[in-house]
Design a protein around this ligand. Structure first.
Ligand SMILES: [Zn+2]
Length: 275
């Protein structure tokens, strides 16, 4: 049977086992066998109830279809194997994000689970920074970092280079920004706080001021590396250095993680190529 509450199919049951042990000269228990108790079990009987659901803590006398529970799910129940390894250093902030587009009287709301470092959250708390400010700074900074990667740039191009909160919600890059739609996806981290925040749907989320390296490969084979600033909202690259674009055969932005964003030769290598 499946648990009536959570569809769980694994339960804690009970079992009588026989095992070899060490006894003293009066026949009293002395110790387990050198290999441990588990290794010295030679017979085990049929498991019996009560059975407790590993998923939610509900208890059943028997595991047969239609069985009524003897007690229901336990609030805050956590099966030890379910907790992520870093559960003591990370936690979730539940963010209800309300997106508004006032000119059209439109409004949308979503619940998001934002994974954060507990220490950073407590630190900002101790400096009287509101949870709202903390979670939005964290979120904006992660989204900006991601939008300045080849993957993020692709998404921005798909969104006609005006990537906003609506685009983020439509195709949430959970892995990259550690934000999830459900508690299930977010795993069993503690919930640290919950807040509700209003944002403008059309806010441009891509950073417009990212220092980067522009690598230019010249016709004669030599390369130049220039310090530039990239505007990821429109893809433009600004540089204080002069270069002769007619001599350049290839140009790309070299990212810190080793990835590359190709420059557009049509625009004299002064913007990132559309992808
Ligand atoms: Zn259950």
């Amino acid at each position: 049977m499946k648990c009536r509450f959570c569809d769980g199919q694994v339960f804690v049951g009970h079992q009588v086992c026989h095992l070899d042990i060490l006894v003293d000269d009066s026949g009293a228990f002395l110790d387990n066998m050198p290999g441990g108790a588990e290794a010295s079990i030679y017979e085990s009987n049929t498991p019996f109830g009560p059975f407790q659901c590993c998923g939610c803590g509900a208890v059943y006398d028997e595991l047969k279809d239609g069985q009524k529970e003897t007690s229901g799910p336990i609030e805050g129940w956590k099966w030890p194997g379910d907790s992520p390894e870093d559960a003591d250093i990370k936690g979730l902030i539940v963010l209800t994000m309300i997106r508004e587009r006032p000119c059209e009287n439109e409004i949308w709301a979503d619940n998001l689970f934002v994974l954060v470092e507990k220490e950073a959250f407590q630190e900002s708390n101790s400096q009287f920074v509101s949870t709202e400010t903390f979670v939005m700074q964290t979120l904006r900074s992660r989204v900006q970092t991601w939008l300045a990667t080849p993957d993020g740039w692709r998404s921005n191009c798909c969104a006609s280079r005006d990537y906003n909160w609506g685009d983020l919600i439509n195709d949430l890059p959970s892995e990259h920004i550690q934000v999830f739609f459900t508690r299930d996806e977010a795993k069993d981290y503690d919930i640290l706080d919950s807040v509700s925040v209003r944002v403008a749907q059309d806010e441009l989320l891509a950073p417009d001021n990212v220092p980067a390296s522009l690598v230019l490969v010249y016709r004669d084979g030599h390369t130049d590396i220039l310090g530039v600033v990239v505007d990821f909202q429109d893809g433009s690259i600004s540089s204080n250095n002069f270069f002769k674009e007619t001599e350049v055969v290839e140009g790309y932005i070299q990212m810190a993680d080793g990835s590359r964003l190709n420059c557009d030769p049509e625009n004299d290598f002064r913007s990132i190529a559309e992808v």
